[in-house]
Design a protein. Structure first.
Length: 136
């Protein structure tokens, strides 16, 4: 294990390319008033793993990657399953079912039209056969 600082925080944004914003919360006792204080700081972190919003991650100090990024995601501690993504999947499934139902209805109509045209062709063939039998 090396001497680099490691912090644990929650991913708050992943809208940048290979960079996420991680919020690290720390609690400490105030030196003068002895009250427990919570402090929240946001870090821009280089992300090669592919974190999503809400994931709990361990970040480690590194050489500067860019002007504002000097931390790297080391590992994902807990993966967040977001309710919005589940709802989006359910909506997509409903839309697919509706499209499938519409396609089945269209195929049913096409089958009826096809049956009608086949019956007309068979009637024409029967008339032609009857005319040929009468001629013979």
């Amino acid at each position: 294990m090396n001497k680099r600082r490691r912090l644990t925080g929650t991913v708050k944004s992943n809208q940048m390319d290979k960079t996420v914003t991680v919020e690290v919360t720390r609690t400490f006792q105030h030196p003068l008033y002895h009250k427990v204080v919570r402090s929240v700081k946001a870090y821009k972190v280089h992300d090669e793993i592919g974190c999503n919003v809400g994931d709990k991650v361990v970040i480690v100090e590194s050489a500067p990657v860019s002007k504002t990024v000097s931390w790297v995601v080391e590992s994902i501690v807990k993966v967040e399953i977001r309710k919005e993504s589940i709802e989006a999947v359910e909506e997509a499934i409903e839309q697919a079912e509706e499209l499938a139902a519409e396609e089945v209805a269209l195929l049913g109509e096409a089958a009826v039209v096809l049956e009608d045209s086949i019956e007309e062709e068979l009637e024409e063939i029967a008339e032609i056969v009857a005319d040929e039998e009468g001629a013979v």
